[in-house]
Design a protein around this ligand. Structure first.
Ligand SMILES: Cc1cc2nc3c(=O)[nH]c(=O)nc-3n(C[C@H](O)[C@H](O)[C@H](O)COP(=O)(O)OP(=O)(O)OC[C@H]3O[C@@H](n4cnc5c(N)ncnc54)[C@H](O)[C@@H]3O)c2cc1C
Length: 354
């Protein structure tokens, strides 16, 4: 098994934080897995994917494990579905490409999300109306404490908005080894997602061509939208949306609308914005925190030293590649505090701070 000591993590996190780590193990195959089981992994330990959703606040004085096993295998097939097991180290976008090339529907709207398959389940990734929890049938993981392997059903993964049991009760207790995804052999195009700024996926599809649309058309449309929204990762350090969209009651939404009249919101169970509160059955909605930071607080595009909020999307924190973890942490704290002062709503981090 590849073992590195006292290395910089700068190339292992997309915020480009130059923290160091004492021990870094890379699990490349099943033999490495057996070897890892023999190593004493006591003390501080962290499982790292591609580092696209983590903030290293300071040097990590412990052991980092990274799984890069990356096979995709078909487990079973029926007339309607194909179940596929993807190793935790498969690059998420490679799985999207694999599915689109095989005309299998279910994750095409989640194209171009950085990171690996294992972390996709941990963070219950979602984008443009699709959600990994809708297609994940289950996963296999290794329990550090007992040395046992365990299968989790989708229900046992405890998925909710950008959360799973592995980010909460079972945080750092398991190493996810593989994830099972059920694909649709007769894909339905999901183009409902819309936002004030970017229009709907359907609009972009129309601009690009005529129906019937293919999964590849959807991928191309979403890449176009994402390019206008997210920073170029070669130019900036970023972890995507640094904060979560807060959950507020309809009453709170009304107060926020007095501050930001056009704030966007969506029902908790949906993954796209709506423009009529009457169409929302539940008492709570998710609000677009980026809208509040931008239109209410004028925070979009603002920098303090080496850290800022991206000029095209205020929920996306960016660095110039020189920021320390401490600086990012302080900046993010200030944004949350100011957000609370502005609208009395807590702005929680989506990014895992280590
Ligand atoms: C430009 C940009 C755009 C983004 N857009 C989106 C988006 O549209 N939608 C979205 O949902 N997210 C988005 N993200 C966030 C990010 O891509 C996802 O959270 C992604 O799943 C992180 O993957 P990773 O492999 O980098 O995980 P890491 O950041 O390395 O890890 C994240 C968490 O998962 C844990 N973990 C990782 N692998 C394992 C494993 N094998 N076993 C157990 N625990 C593990 C880690 O310990 C950590 O707690 C974006 C990020 C960026 C930089």
């Amino acid at each position: 098994m590849k073992h590195l000591s006292n290395i910089s993590l700068k190339d292992h996190n997309t915020l480009k934080i130059n923290a160091s780590c004492s021990n870094f193990y890379v699990i490349e195959n099943k033999n490495d897995l057996s070897e890892m089981i023999k190593i004493n992994l006591g003390g501080s330990r962290h499982v790292l994917g591609a580092g696209a959703n983590v903030l290293f606040k300071s040097d990590f004085k412990g052991t980092i494990l990274q799984i890069v096993m990356n096979e995709i295998s078909v487990l079973k097939e029926s007339t309607k579905h194909v179940e596929v097991e993807a190793d935790a180290g498969v690059v998420w976008n490679d799985l999207v490409e694999w599915s689109v090339n095989n005309n299998l529907g279910g994750i095409e709207n989640m194209t171009s999300i950085p990171g690996l398959v294992g972390a996709a389940a941990v963070g219950n990734i979602a984008a443009y109306g699709q959600n990994i929890s809708d297609v994940c049938v289950g996963l296999t993981a290794y329990e550090f404490e007992t040395g046992r392997f365990k299968n989790f059903s989708s229900q046992e993964c405890g998925f909710s908005y950008r959360e799973s049991i592995f980010k909460n009760e079972l945080n750092d207790k398991y190493l996810i080894l593989s994830v099972i995804v059920r694909f649709n052999k007769n894909p339905e195009i999901n183009s409902e997602y819309w936002s004030k700024k970017h229009g709907s996926v359907g609009d972009v599809l129309k601009d690009n061509g005529k129906p019937p649309y293919t999964l590849r058309n959807v991928v191309d449309a979403i890449i176009k939208i994402r390019r206008s929204k997210f920073p170029d990762m070669n130019e900036f350090g970023t972890a995507g949306s640094f904060f979560k969209n807060p959950l507020v009651s309809k009453g709170e939404l009304e107060s926020i609308r007095k501050l930001v009249p056009n704030v966007q919101y969506y029902p908790v169970e949906a993954l796209h914005y709506v423009d009529n509160l009457l169409s929302v059955d539940s008492d709570f909605v998710k609000i677009a925190a980026g809208d509040i930071l931008d239109n209410g607080m004028g925070y979009k595009g603002k920098w303090s030293g080496n850290v800022g909020l991206y000029k095209n999307h205020a929920l996306v924190l960016v660095t110039n590649g020189e920021a320390t973890g401490e600086e990012v942490d302080e900046f993010a704290k200030k944004v949350s505090e100011d957000f609370y002062k502005f609208c009395s709503v807590n702005l929680e981090r989506e990014v895992v701070t280590i």
